[in-house]
Design a protein around this ligand. Structure first.
Ligand code: KG4
Ligand code: ZN
Length: 354
């Protein structure tokens, strides 16, 4: 089966053509077109601009992906599209594009939850494009999934693919959002996560003295919820008293990264102690952070459980994870709601079953 995946929930227009043959997968082509440069001047993603760009780029990228994959469009057998969660104006662009295509080519559409995509993105053994076939890793269940992205921070029990229970989540900002907001205060352009992580690594390499301290919000709260918005307020007050020098910028980056990492690890430790778990999954854009990654590797070692992280190049938003969800949802033929019933669901939860 050849399936087209479409992802437009935020500021990436992404398409993927994925082939499933028996138990093996082959990525025929995979395109992620980032709009980051356009959103930088707004300090975050501007929904109306994201919508306009997706509408402009989707047909261009669709023509490109058929060319890259060297296939005719009549070879596509189903379309998987992100229905939520995300920015609704952005989600609609992908959904409407999918509906038009589905009607023209008489194809079924499989609606996909973006957060399930981040879970499934950790299952492919390899994410190399074309030629290479890849298999899915064996998933021992139940698993615990930690999703850390720009819009979400949640700890999820995975009973099986498609059946999820949210054990804890952020009560305010998502972890990626906190990285981006603190970065902004340090005059680092959106999205500041990668730059904070680079500066924090420098501070560690240079063994800069620890002259500042930030709280570890909700670390002793006994539940599995998070709260990150207070950290940016702390940084804000700190910057009212101290001059922002390059040295202080690095120190804040390191201390902020330490604070969020310690909270994450404490909560996941508690989740592992309180809930049966045979595999630990960490997905979402923030797992590109090397310090957080290394901390989860240590934790998994300590608990002697396998740790599944996204294959290279798939930590951020992409359509491979959407296509993969689509393939896994439909055995042997995709189940479909009928294209006309699919709508954008900005607040879609992993727990919704309809
Ligand atoms: O999953 P993702 O690509 O998009 C959403 O679904 O939200 O996550 C994007 C988030 C942004 O907030 C970005 O700053 C953060 O992931 N991010 C990082 C790093 N790379 C990306 N945060 C910390 N360290 C990184 N290396
Ligand atoms: Zn995402």
């Amino acid at each position: 089966m050849i399936l087209l995946g479409i992802e437009t929930s935020c500021d990436e227009t992404a398409l993927c053509l994925l082939e499933k043959k028996g138990e093996e997968f082959r990525i025929l082509a995979n395109i992620v077109h980032s709009q980051i440069e356009l959103h930088k001047e707004y300090g975050g993603v501007f929904p109306a601009l994201a919508k306009r760009e997706h509408i402009k780029n989707l047909p261009i990228l669709y023509a490109q992906i058929l060319k890259d994959a060297k296939i005719k469009e009549n070879k596509i057998e189903a379309i998987a599209v992100t229905e939520g969660p995300g920015l609704e104006p952005a989600l609609w662009t992908g959904i409407l594009f999918a509906k038009e295509l589905a009607e023209r080519l008489s194809l079924p559409i499989i609606p996909v939850n973006h957060m399930e995509g981040h879970i499934v993105s950790t299952l492919l053994e390899s994410s190399l494009v074309s030629e290479h076939f890849s298999q899915l890793k064996r998933l021992e269940l139940p698993a615990l999934a930690i999703l850390i992205s720009g819009g979400h921070t949640e700890i999820v029990q995975v009973e099986k693919l498609g059946t999820y229970k949210i054990l804890g989540r952020t009560r305010d900002d998502a972890i990626g959002e906190a990285f981006d907001k603190v970065a902004r205060m340090l005059n680092i352009p959106y999205p500041g996560g990668p730059e904070i992580s680079r500066l924090a690594a420098e501070a560690r390499a240079e063994s800069l003295p620890e002259t500042i301290s930030l709280p570890r919000p909700m670390i002793h709260s006994k539940d599995l919820d998070f709260s990150f918005s207070g950290l940016k307020t702390h940084v804000l007050y700190m910057l009212k008293e101290k001059e922002l020098t390059p040295l202080l910028t690095k120190e804040i980056a390191r201390e902020f990264e330490d604070a969020v990492t310690e909270v994450l690890i404490a909560k996941v430790t508690q989740a592992l102690e309180d809930h049966e778990c045979k595999t630990l999954i960490v997905g979402g854009g923030v797992i590109a952070n090397t310090h957080i990654r290394a901390s989860f590797e240590r934790l998994a070692n300590q608990f002697s459980i396998p740790l599944y992280l996204p294959a290279p190049g798939t930590t951020g938003d992409n359509a491979l994870m959407i296509a993969l969800c689509g393939v896994l949802a439909g055995h042997p033929l995709p189940k479909t709601k009928g294209p006309s019933s699919i709508t954008a669901r900005g607040n879609l939860s992993l727990e919704s079953r309809d």
